[in-house]
Design a binder for this molecule. Structure first.
Ligand SMILES: [Zn+2]
Length: 322
């Protein structure tokens, strides 16, 4: 079984940022252009007086130096499926080797101004919850309180046999003991994806760690392609949308149904949907407003411009029965 490889791309030496991430980082502190400001003001008009559920994707973390999967400049990728991971020891070995390298890069990422703006929105009582497709934990690191990690967390590892939960930090130390010198040998070899998948070719000698308790199979706490988001997590995310009077999407192309379904749900309920993303999304046709711009700048503008919830505008009637 062949797993398609993404094409080799170069990274800026020294910074670890891709060209896209560097560009977005430069824009992070930028004010919106006049045209963007007009669109953002239209969003403020739509969202004013409503509490929002916020759905975020990889476009929010590019300012933190984490490359996007599907941004306009991102190379096409085809991530490993759950079936490939559990069914093929060679692919699993390759996955862990690449994850080991990628994790060591991404663990140092810190929240950016966009994450800070989300914290500000929550502190002002404007959010019912943050539903994120990112596994990087940067919303929680920034200080957001109600975060639903839809696709899992890159700081945890699960045993598929006994259900033990491990810190990724601890498993990293275990992998280092099993593979002395490996990180140094492959350093700087290739590109990194938001799920900590590093472009590394030398994986045949990598020793995979088994569960320290039962010798079972370990897997990063991600929702893989071909795997369902756990039901209780989906329920919490729907509850955040149901508690809200509007849905704001920031930095997701909504390529996978796990995120798109919340847009469909909000639209069905007649709640305003605003999408901020650089490039097309699968939810554009359902959105009341789509703004094509960097999400960091947009969220900062909304956080300082939106009026307090309920200020002069009637609240959404509230929870519906589904
Ligand atoms: Zn176990």
């Amino acid at each position: 079984m062949a797993v398609p490889r993404k094409p080799q791309t170069s990274r800026d030496p020294g910074t670890g940022l891709t060209g896209l991430a560097a560009r977005e980082a430069a824009e992070a502190s930028a004010e919106p252009t006049e045209a963007e400001r007009q669109e953002l003001d239209a969003a403020v008009e739509l969202l004013a007086g409503r509490r929002m559920a916020l759905l975020t994707g990889a476009g929010l973390s590019t300012d933190s130096g984490i490359p996007d999967y599907r941004g306009p400049d991102a190379p096409p990728r085809n991530p490993m499926t759950y079936q490939q991971f559990v069914g093929d020891p060679v692919l699993r070995q390759r996955y862990w080797a690449r994850n080991h390298v990628g994790w060591h890069h991404l663990r140092h990422a810190v929240p950016n101004a966009g994450h800070e703006a989300v914290v500000h929105l929550e502190e002002r009582g404007l959010l019912t919850g943050v539903i994120t497709q990112n596994v990087d934990r940067l919303h929680s690191d920034a200080g957001s309180i109600r975060v639903i990690d839809l696709h899992g967390r890159f700081d945890r590892v699960l045993c598929l046999s006994c259900g033990s939960v491990y810190t990724r930090e601890g498993i990293a130390r275990l992998l280092e003991r099993l593979n002395p010198g490996y990180l140094e040998r492959v350093a700087g070899e290739g590109d990194i994806a938001p799920d900590a998948d590093a472009e590394v070719s030398d994986t045949e000698d990598f020793t995979v760690a088994d569960c320290p308790v039962c010798d079972g199979m370990l897997k990063p706490d991600f929702v893989y392609f071909g795997e369902n988001v756990p039901k209780d997590r989906v329920r919490l995310a729907y509850a955040a949308v149901d508690d809200a009077g509007a849905l704001l999407v920031a930095g997701s192309s909504l390529t996978v149904m796990s995120g798109l379904r919340f847009v469909r749900h909000a639209a069905r309920e007649g709640k305003p949907v605003v999408i901020i993303n650089r490039g097309q999304t699968r939810g554009d046709a359902l959105a009341d407003l789509k703004i094509n711009m960097g999400v960091g700048t947009a969220l900062q503008y909304l956080a300082r411009t939106l009026p307090d919830p309920g200020a002069g505008v009637p609240q959404h009637p509230g929870r519906h029965s589904d």
